[in-house]
Design a protein around this ligand. Structure first.
Ligand code: LLP
Length: 427
């Protein structure tokens, strides 16, 4: 199998004589499917470690902290792994904050809290937890945190999330840096808001934050956004605000097509784009990567249930569905799909679809794939980010189990749901 179909070092084929078997680190995926059933999310701890280290290395010349974006994959074991590597966290809800609190006593001190609709209850929880930074997205939200912090008599470090009006080449649903999007405050209005922060007794204007979108492969957009942010930092400092942090958000894209990317050198390019404009400002840079860290470190394992032909269309029906991984249906994402056991059988053009009662339930359309038989296992690659977190129970389908592999060991980090779980709370 070509490099297109492997995700080193986490997911590689072994070199058997007749058939080749896809492994997660040293564990054959077929073995995991047999033990834990399908559909099944499988993550490589080694790959997460390697990517975090490469990311840290890329930013070594700049004072920085990685605040991993919890929304990408919020499993507690994944969060614990990231904390052990020195990561902080970016959260967008009270629920995510509670997850981080479960990771360790001091983990909430490393949290940045983003999102356009933080409720008073969420702000209270974050104030009590003493998080690192609130990223505020509107004048109303600023009023709300000023009132809440005053009532609790708790200090809060805050940053305005500015909307730099910079386009990013990505899917429209995950582009966030233009004025037509709901995110941030127009960068031109930021200065007035910092004046307002300065009058609030318990607020401290500590940073400026920005996030222009996700799955961005053209790093010049990050550079353009950071130029604007750097300019704002200079103006704010001149106006007397003690700006110590710049939060550059997340958004570094991955290559869904091909696993031969050299992540270390891409991360270095990304780092150059982000840090260039900040040179000489003596800031601490906060980074909120999600997908770039965990995306390629996970696969969704699924089994072929049936094959069928309708006219001239061939369908491969698998036991995973859009409720398990919605990215192809929602963002037209093209995840590579590879056989777990590969022979030299020929190729065919097929649609890979799930059992859900919607034509939107597909993983691939008119895709050239190696011929598969009923009962075969397939791996849907790059499913470590925005996979399980976006899974639902549509069609009363229990969500998959999650497995974390490290070397030869494989641990269940989330049990498969049962239909009893699903009906709990109903009457
Ligand atoms: N920071 C903020 C404020 C964000 O809104 C996001 C993602 C991130 C960081 C992390 O971005 P990343 O490094 O993962 O690109 N469900 C979509 C992606 C939604 C991204 C939302 N915000 C998908 O499956 O493509």
């Amino acid at each position: 199998m070509s490099e297109l179909h492997q995700r080193p070092p986490g997911f590689l084929y072994n070199s058997g004589r007749k058939t080749r078997e896809l492994l997660c680190e040293r564990v054959p995926l077929a073995q995991l499917a047999k033990r834990f059933g399908t559909p099944l999310y499988v993550y490589s701890a080694g790959m997460v470690r390697e990517r975090v280290k490469a990311f840290q290395q890329a930013f070594a010349a700049q004072d920085h902290a990685i605040c991993y974006s919890v929304k990408a994959n919020s499993n507690l074991s994944i969060l614990k792994l990231l904390a052990s590597l020195g990561c902080g966290f970016d959260v967008v809800s009270g629920g995510e904050l509670q997850r981080v609190a479960r990771v360790g006593r001091s983990a909430t001190k490393t949290v940045v809290f983003s999102g356009v609709g933080k409720t008073v209850a969420e702000m209270e929880a974050a104030l009590k937890a003493g998080i690192l930074l609130f990223n505020l997205e509107s004048a109303s939200e600023l009023d709300s945190i000023a009132r809440t912090a005053g009532r609790l008599k708790k200090n809060a470090r805050v940053a305005m999330r500015v909307n730099p009006d910079v386009p990013a080449d990505t899917h429209p649903y995950i582009s966030t840096g233009l004025h037509k999007h709901k995110f941030g405050v127009p960068i031109g209005q930021a200065r007035e808001l910092y004046e307002k922060i300065a009058t609030a007794k318990y607020l401290q204007a500590a940073g400026v934050s920005v996030h222009i979108g996700s799955q961005i492969r053209d790093f010049s957009s990050f550079n353009a956004a950071m130029e604007r942010v750097a300019e704002l930092v200079r103006q704010l400092r001149q106006a007397g605000h003690d700006i110590r942090y710049v939060d550059a958000g997340g958004g570094m894209g991955i290559n869904y097509r091909d696993g031969s990317d050299d992540f270390a050198s891409l991360a270095a390019e990304y780092a150059a784009a982000v840090t260039g404009p900040l040179r000489g400002l003596g800031l601490q840079l906060l980074l909120e990567p999600g997908r770039a860290i965990v995306g390629p470190a996970g696969v969704l394992l699924t089994r072929v249930v049936y094959r069928k032909t309708n006219g001239d269309k061939k369908f491969v029906i698998v036991d995973a569905a859009m409720n398990d991984l919605i990215r192809p249906s929602l963002y037209q994402a093209q995840h590579q799909i590879v056989p777990v056991s590969s022979t030299s059988a020929g190729a065919e053009t097929v649609d890979v679809v799930g059992p859900i009662c919607e034509s939107g339930d597909f993983f691939a359309r008119d895709r050239q794939l190696p011929v598969t038989a009923e009962g075969d296992l397939l791996a849907i690659l790059d499913a470590g980010a925005y996979g399980m977190v976006l899974a639902s129970n549509y069609n009363t389908r229990p969500r998959p189990a999650e497995i974390l592999v490290s070397g030869k060991s494989a641990k269940v980090i989330r049990k498969r749901e049962t239909t009893t779980d699903l009906m709990r709370g109903e009457r």
